[in-house]
Ligand binder design. Structure first.
Ligand code: UT7
Length: 332
């Protein structure tokens, strides 16, 4: 009997309409379009505007589109996992809110939090349910409203992040396509370099925490950069080595979009040319859990059945990892 793998059988993204350009950021903090472009590769990012709109708005739009596009009855969805670092509320899970809104009435749902590696953590978690043979239709969402935890007086972080996300449908595959291998890692000693100081159980919200601006992303950029460059490149190289793949065998690298310089270092280490690297950081910035599904959505029409893809991410935690998959369908 052939091995049951989990395949991505559809992808859909969603980004809010509002475009926050580098030019507009020049009027908010002391920065320049030239600095942001040359240091990160970002030109603009999307912002979810409006009262009472959380990450679920992004997830719901992506999942609705995905169900329609794949002609899937929401009642057939058995599990929905949402990777997010900016849930609508500490509880209930944003996944519950999304599942309820799209009519996934027969599913169970929960969130996974692994910062910028959230989508690949959720993808690999979800794939286990398919590989056991017990589940046939699972949705994985990666979405973040990063603008809700960004300090727009801090030029070192506000230029990087944006809002957006996407969703994929996972189904069983028996034709050799689907998720072939993965390597996931975490190192909690990275906490000091990238975290949100208050708002959790260690430092609940008080007037003091608010006055001290502790409910925003704190990042020691250059320290995180060094860890990200090394670990994202290393793990992507290792998964290729483990699976006897050379740069020529890879159709696409699908990297987390944190900084164009980190992406370039990763593709160089893997021995693959720029033309095989999915890139949309210039349009959306770093959407945390949203970057990888947004890349797959943007490049879907260029993907062919059997293409070898390497997904790679690095984020707060620290968390990082890579996924090797064979794309399961022709989009044209
Ligand atoms: O996705 C999750 C994981 N996160 C990441 O992977 C992010 C990793 N880090 C980075 O991408 C980069 O470190 C940043 C984009 C955050 C910063 O770039 P950098 O090249 O590492 O800059 P830096 O922090 O070393 O700062 C260099 C200089 C400093 O000025 P001085 O001290 O040399 O005078 C900063 O104050 O650039 C200054 N600077 C800015 N200047 C203009 C920092 N931010 C800005 C800015 N505009 N927005």
């Amino acid at each position: 009997m052939s091995q049951v793998r989990a395949k991505i059988s559809g992808v859909q993204g969603y980004v809010p309409d509002y475009v926050l350009t580098n030019k507009e950021l020049e009027s908010i903090v002391e920065t320049t379009d030239e600095w942001i472009t040359s240091r990160t590769g970002i030109k603009e990012r999307r912002i979810l505007k409006g009262e009472d709109k959380g990450t679920s708005v992004i997830g719901i739009e992506a999942v609705k589109g995905l169900l329609q596009k794949t002609n899937t009855d929401p009642a057939d969805i058995e599990l929905l996992i949402c990777a997010t670092t900016t849930p609508d509320m500490p509880f209930p899970a944003t996944a519950n809110i999304i599942a309820n809104s799209v009519g996934a009435v027969n599913s169970f749902s929960y969130d996974i939090q692994a910062a910028c590696s959230g989508f690949i953590y959720a993808l690999i978690t979800a794939s286990q349910f398919i590989e056991t043979g017990k589940y046939k239709k699972v949705i994985v969402v990666g979405a973040d409203k990063m603008s809700s935890i960004i300090d727009y007086t801090d030029r070192t972080t506000c230029i990087i992040f944006g809002d957006g996300g996407g969703a994929v449908l996972l189904e069983p595959s028996e034709d050799g396509t689907g998720i072939m291998d993965s390597m996931l890692r975490s190192d909690g000693s990275g906490e000091e370099f990238l975290h949100m100081k208050a708002g959790g159980s260690r430092r609940p919200a008080t007037q003091e925490t608010i006055a001290a601006r502790e409910h925003y992303v704190f990042q020691e950029g250059s320290a995180v950069f060094k860890f990200a460059v090394t670990n994202m490149a290393d793990i992507s190289f290792k998964i290729m080595e483990k699976n006897n793949l050379t740069g020529d065998d890879i159709a696409w690298l699908v990297p987390h979009q944190a900084n164009k310089r980190i992406i370039d270092a990763t593709s160089k280490r893997m021995g693959i040319g720029d033309q095989k690297v999915m890139l949309n950081i210039h349009k959306y910035g770093n959407t945390t859990s949203g970057t990888i599904p947004l890349c797959l959505w943007d490049y879907e029409d260029k993907l062919n059945k059997g293409d070898n893809l390497i997904l790679a991410a690095f984020g707060g935690g620290f968390t990082w990892g890579s996924v090797y998959l064979k794309w399961a369908y022709d989009s044209n």
